[in-house]
Design a protein around this ligand. Structure first.
Ligand code: SAM
Length: 306
């Protein structure tokens, strides 16, 4: 039965039977593969193909349109960094907005911050939320925090209706710029993020790989420099199951009280009140926070020249 399941998915490699191969025009000429133990879920939502499988070495895996979104083994490296880079850089974050992030992992991380009073999330695809609750309880646990308010809809439309200056921090945990997330990489979207932030507020957005997407990153940086008048920075982390093994973030602030992202002033308590239910941080610490802004020379040249 398992073998049948495995051959039924269009994302199972015909070259490596029983393996998931991540093929996309966003990384032509390469395809990272994971051995599939069992396909656990396949569905088609209004927006994308949703699939969950048990891999043999990374635990359960969630993919959207054949692109890996998270695995149980390495999701900490992404969720902790995209969340704590912005939130540990400002004193007492109170209101936080998450765009995308339907799996709930960013919510889990935001909720470690005791100063936070309100956590809004706008995810476009209800199927991602339901699937995460069913198959990734340690990620979807983020939804159990009473400060979380879920909005199912398009993040672009949601932001247009947010009153100016509402949030201390916006975290954009999006998929890649093909499909429903395309607009989340465009200038008008960044403008509405800036509008939604208070003075000296911070944003952290998923910003692709320095090995694969320098052309996309260049455009994002150029846009952000025009829009975010506080500071504009690129940080990165390692996520073994993302294409090229690394992923970056645009970490910016609006005009107002200066934010020195490279020196976190709001270190997260090791004994935060949620360690009991969510477990301790696995990846993030203050040293890796500062280090994540150090760039290889080839990327530094491009990013600083924009
Ligand atoms: N948190 C994950 C991880 O650990 O790597 C990764 C990505 S998360 C699943 C990306 C989410 O962004 C998807 O659930 C997708 O449906 C959502 N998304 C894409 N476009 C969107 C949009 N325009 N508005 C809101 N959510 C969107």
């Amino acid at each position: 039965e398992e073998a049948n399941n495995n051959t039924e998915s269009p994302y199972i490699s015909s070259i490596l039977p029983g393996w998931f191969s991540e093929i996309s025009p966003l990384w032509p000429g390469e395809a990272h593969s994971l051995k599939v133990e069992k396909i656990l879920f396949q569905g088609k939502s209004d927006y994308q193909n949703v699939m969950v499988f048990q891999s043999s070495t990374y635990g359960k895996v969630l993919s959207l349109d054949g692109v890996i979104q998270l695995t149980e083994r390495d999701e900490c490296a992404y969720q902790e960094m995209i969340t704590h880079l912005p939130l540990c850089s400002i004193p007492n974050p109170r209101k936080v907005l998450v765009i995308g992030g339907g799996d709930g992992g960013v919510l889990r991380e935001v909720s470690r911050h005791s100063s936070v009073e309100q956590i809004d999330i706008c995810e476009i695809d209800k199927m991602v939320i339901d699937v995460s609750k069913q198959f990734f309880p340690n990620v979807a646990i983020g939804y159990e925090d009473p400060r979380v308010k879920l909005h199912v809809g398009d993040g672009v439309a949601f932001l247009k209706n947010v009153p100016e200056g509402t949030y201390d921090a916006v975290i954009v945990d999006s998929s890649d710029p093909i499909g429903p997330a395309q607009e989340l990489f465009e200038k008008p979207f960044f403008e509405s993020v800036a509008r939604a932030l208070r003075r000296g507020g911070v944003v952290c957005t998923q910003a692709e790989s320095i090995w694969l997407h320098m052309h996309i990153i260049e455009d994002i940086v150029a846009n952000c420099r025009q829009i975010f008048k506080g500071s504009v920075n690129y940080a990165w982390t390692t996520v073994p199951t993302y294409p090229s093994g690394v992923i970056g973030f645009m970490v910016c602030s609006t005009e107002g009280p200066a934010v020195d992202f490279k020196n976190p002033i709001n270190p997260i308590d090791v004994d935060d009140s949620h360690t009991k239910t969510r477990g301790p941080l696995k990846f993030y610490n203050s040293e890796i926070h500062s280090a994540s802004f150090c760039l290889p020379s080839f990327a530094k040249r491009v990013i600083e020249s924009k």
